[in-house]
Design a protein around this ligand. Structure first.
Ligand SMILES: NC(=O)c1ccc[n+]([C@@H]2O[C@H](COP(=O)([O-])OP(=O)(O)OC[C@H]3O[C@@H](n4cnc5c(N)ncnc54)[C@H](OP(=O)(O)O)[C@@H]3O)[C@@H](O)[C@H]2O)c1
Length: 302
């Protein structure tokens, strides 16, 4: 069965927005879930950018959870799909890895992915959406063209936001499905996670923190921060958690070859970064709604 969001609910998004939102997300106090350590238990997860880097590692580690998801939708722009399945160690009796083609910037792809997910998950909905799809290319300011900035915006911000919009109904379905067993917001119920780099505050006065070659990458990710905070307000009313996390400086194509500021630091293994993020994600609840977190759970001010 496919559940569509009631029109009334969509119309009421703004009016129902939680006014104390900004105060809530900057404190760990007042958590709305039990204090004991939580483990992540999701029925289904969609990972974008799943053929390599952080995305592939999310697929690997999710498949090895003590209670693994029934469905892992591994979406890749280049259809390196069979390759993904071969590179992941999973128990076929407990988990099905479903390779999907997804360019986050293409509307038709997003729609096809939503339909494929709906068809398999049915009433359970989609528990977790992990967006790792992203691009980072550098350009000296003198070579910067609008088209280059636009490409970063489309891949790092517009596509991921539109994907969340497309998946609203299935995420809401998951929140409803588990509302009896998990009355509070939780990543084990229904959640969206975006991966974003740490960046200096915009008004920071240390020029060393700003790398002119990264202007397109950084501005597109800051736009994603704002977009996700706005979306998070609305997702609260649907019981869907929305977070962003900084993975650290990780040994991936983006981390090691494309971003000059990351090359200066000691890189982390992908497995280390993803394992930290999954542990943190499992502990997140309503007080983390719309937040930007370090992989260890510390709040990052915007
Ligand atoms: N690694 C780090 O240190 C670090 C630090 C902070 C934040 N991040 C963020 O973490 C995310 C994952 O990066 P990563 O380090 O794992 O790099 P990665 O290995 O290059 O993974 C990014 C993936 O996204 C895919 N992709 C690019 N454009 C896409 C599109 N339009 N639709 C769908 N998929 C697309 C890429 O495919 P192609 O290979 O075909 O382009 C690639 O598979 C990125 O958003 C990045 O900004 C990484």
């Amino acid at each position: 069965m496919t559940l569509r969001l009631p029109t009334l609910m969509l119309g009421n998004f703004r009016r129902l927005a939680v006014p104390s939102f900004c105060r809530q997300i900057n404190t760990l106090s007042g958590q709305d879930f039990p204090v004991k350590e939580m483990t992540l238990e999701v029925e289904s997860v969609l990972v974008t950018g799943a053929a390599e880097g952080l995305g592939l590692e999310f697929v690997r580690q999710l498949a090895r959870l003590p209670t693994p998801p029934q469905y892992i939708f591994a979406a890749d722009i280049n259809q390196r799909n069979l390759e993904i399945v071969k590179r992941v160690d999973f128990n076929p009796d407990r988990t099905e890895i479903v390779p999907l083609k997804l360019d986050v910037t293409i509307r038709r792809d997003r729609e096809e992915v939503r339909k494929a997910v709906e068809e398999l998950v049915g009433d359970m909905g989609l528990s977790l959406l992990v967006n790792t799809a992203g691009m980072a290319h550098i350009h000296q300011l003198r070579d910067l063209f609008g088209v280059f900035m636009e490409e970063h915006f489309r891949i790092n911000c517009v596509g991921p936001v539109m994907l969340v919009m497309e998946m609203f109904p299935v995420l809401y379905q998951a929140a409803e499905y588990k509302s009896g067993v998990l009355p509070y917001m939780s990543a084990s119920k229904a959640a969206v996670l975006h991966i974003s780099p740490w960046s200096p505050f915009i008004n920071d006065d240390d020029p060393m923190l700003f790398y002119e070659e990264e202007i397109a990458y950084r501005t597109s990710k800051v736009a994603l921060h704002m977009a996700m905070r706005c979306l998070a307000l609305n997702l609260t009313n649907l019981g869907v958690l929305a977070l962003q996390m900084n993975p650290g400086n990780v040994k991936t194509t983006v981390g090691q070859y494309q971003i000059p500021s990351l090359r200066l630091q000691n890189p982390l293994e992908v497995s280390h970064s993803v394992s930290d993020m999954l542990k943190t994600l499992a502990q997140c609840g309503k007080s983390h709604q719309g937040a930007f977190l370090e992989r260890n759970g510390d709040f990052i001010p915007f």
